[in-house]
Structures are given as C-alpha cells and as structure tokens.
Design a protein around this ligand. Sequence first.
Ligand code: FAD
Ligand code: UDP
Length: 374
Amino acid sequence: MYLIVGAGISGSVLANLIADRLNEEVLIIDRREHIAGNCYDSKIENITVHKYGPHIFHTNNKEVWDYLSNFTKWRYFYLKPNVMIEGNRVSLPFTLKTLRELFSESMAERIENKLITKYGYGVKVPILDFQKSKDKDLNFIGKFVYENVFKNYTIKQWGLKPEEIDASVTARVPIYISNDARYFQDKYQAIPQEGYTKLIENILNHKNITVQLNTDYKDLPNTKEFKAIFYTGAIDEYFNYQYGELPYRSLKFDILTIDKEYYQKSVVTNYPNDYDFTRITEHKYFLDEKSNNTIISIEYPQVFSLGKNERYYPINNEKNDKLYNKYLTLSAGRSRESKKIENVYFFGRLGDYKYYNMDLAVERVLKLFKEIFK
Ligand code: FAD
Ligand code: UDP
C-alpha cells in the first residue's frame, strides 16, 4: 500500500494514477475535514462557494485538460475581473479597453498608438519595462499602472515591496496591448460543472483508494509499512523546521450573504489602493447560479502563523528558495524534479514550495508518476 499525505488536487490525482494504472492500494489522508485542499467548494444557500478564494481552471496543456475531463464536465468560463482605480470600476488586465475606460478619447488613442507602434498588437509588456521608457506617455502609463494596480495590492498581498518578490509574480500583471479583456489567454478555461469538490471526489472514487480525513501525518502510528510516501504538505514541517520556518502568506476570508440578487458587476473586483482587503469575489457567477440572495467573500491577506491559519502562498524569492533548497538536500533530492528521501517524495504547492496553479500542480503529478513508475 502507498500513502499519500494531502487530499488536494496534487495528492488526489496521484492517488488515482497509482490505484488505476498500477492497480495498487492507496491510503490518502488529510488533516482537514474535507477533500480537495484549497480548491474545495461547497454549497451555501444554493450557491457554490469557493471557500479558499476564487478558482478558475485554465491551461494550455492538453494532457492535463484531457486527464481532468475524465472526471468532470466543464462550464467554459472566462475570468474578466474589474479593478477599482480612483473610484472607477474598470477592466483588468490593463488593456486598450481599460485605457479607454479611464482616459479621454484623444489621450487613450494617443497612448494606444504609441503602445502598438513600439511593442505591437497582442503583446504583454511587464509594467516595470515602461519605467525605462523615454517617451513621456509610455513612462506615464507604466507609472500609472504601477501605482494604481500593482504597488499597494502587492504590498498588501505579500507584505513585501514589489522588488522583494520574484519577477515572475510581477510579470503576472502586464499591460496587455489588446482588446481581449480576459484575465487568462489559455486555450482551455473552465469551472467543473458540479464544482471542484465533486471533481476531486470523482478522482478519488476508486476501489483501491481509501480516504481518511481529520488525520495528520504526524499522528500516524506506523509509516514504515508503506511502499512509498507521497507528501504534499509543507516540507519544512515534515523536517520539524530544523533550518527554520519557510515563510508563507495566508488569507482571511469574510464570507457574507447579501440580500440582493447581485452585489457587483463581475465575479472578482480587485481593490489595490482602497481598504485592507485585496479583492471581493461574488460566487454565483462561477456556475451562473440563480438566487434572490448572493454570497461574496472579502479577502484579507495575512502573515502565515503556525497553528493560527493556513498556508496559501509560498513566498518565492531568492532567500526563501535558498532555504527551501536546504530542506531539499535533506531529502537527498538534487532538483525539484527528483526529490526523494528514501521512499518519501515531495510535491504539490507546499511540498515543492512553488506558486502552482491547478494545471501546473496536475502537470507535475503526471510527470512525477511517469518518472517514478516508468
Ligand atoms: P493544497 O490544495 O494546499 O493541498 C494540500 C493538502 O495537504 C491540504 O488539504 C492540507 O490540509 C493537507 N496537508 C498538509 N499537511 C498535512 C499533514 N501533515 N497531514 C495531513 N494532511 C496535510 N489555481 C488555479 O489554477 N486557478 C485559480 O484561479 C487559483 N486561484 C487560487 C486562489 C487562491 C486564494 C489560492 C490560495 C490558490 C489558488 N489557486 C488557483 C491555486 C490552487 O489552489 C493550487 O494550485 C492547488 O490547490 C494546489 O493543490 P495541492 O494539492 O498541491 O495543495
Ligand atoms: N496583482 C496586483 N494587482 C492586481 C492583481 C494582481 O498587483 O490587481 C499582483 C499581486 O502581486 C498578486 C500577483 O499579481 O499577488 C498575482 O495575481 P493573481 O491574480 O494571479 O493572484 P492569485 O489569484 O494567485 O492570488
């Protein structure tokens, strides 16, 4: 029998692969009282609520899409969030459309022409690139987006200055020289028709899989009997924090029922400069659920503190990645691809300490499975 720690999407997909393709038995445990990890959703008053924040599945990876499609039908869904800028609700990502929503026609047209001439249509330019620009308008727009979309949202979200965070995070909010108002441009974008929890339930529904909830790895009496252990929890916790704690970011969600049909015009509204929260999600939009009430969640970033809240985001930067790599050496792994301590493998958002979206988490598992059981 194999043991999998964590019944999030990473652990669950691996459980299914081992159970189904190898016809081997799997015990999968989770210390929470539910499956699905941070993708968990559940109904509150007939509305499917994403308990741990808005989750939109998006990928360019056909193998990942096809694999998950074995377990769910999809509702195609394009995230088109809004962002509050100086009291105006405008579209995000910052596109040519946003320019027109914010500025006079002549100004928007002038900047649009300069952007297209310099970078070309359909190009995503990281906002930091504009700071080097000698053109007054391009320099202005770079600074404007930095100040009004990026800077304070990032400080709130990460508790760090933008320059203290990995550039891949900043690159997630470019100026997109396009009229395409979708937040993601991936080929496949959808929400599982019956929700994420049902998707994970279907993945785990196999005669060779036993699910045990409310069970922490450290409380298992005997782990020697397992053929291998696959661990999707935090690697620093596994090694008893012997080199110190890896930093994570957490969140607090205020989930509120509002007594009107709709609260806001889009599923997600970001608040970079206003208030202490970063975004408000209105959940009925995900599956286009009808109801006289609506449910929103207000998202407040927090420091992760052991025993007080959950780990949501690894904070990837040079210092923290170095500490992670120290733990990796303990696990005798040489790279993120092959981390192994005797028969224990680490993966998932916490095990790899990587800011994975769901598709990358699944891609990692499909590769890991091939690597180990080829
Ligand atoms: P997790 O979901 O964290 O699962 C790990 C599980 O292990 C948890 O259930 C935990 O309880 C359990 N565990 C840990 N330690 C132990 C232990 N010692 N014993 C027993 N159990 C243990 N991705 C997208 O693709 N699109 C999105 O729109 C998106 N939005 C997001 C919004 C927010 C606010 C957050 C936080 C994440 C978002 N993600 C999104 C990312 C997505 O949540 C992750 O990619 C995915 O959850 C990773 O799954 P995982 O199984 O690796 O980790
Ligand atoms: N970001 C920002 N302003 C926004 C949206 C995002 O500055 O309005 C930055 C911020 O640093 C955030 C990162 O971009 O943490 C990634 O944003 P994304 O929406 O992808 O975050 P997630 O859904 O993973 O929390």
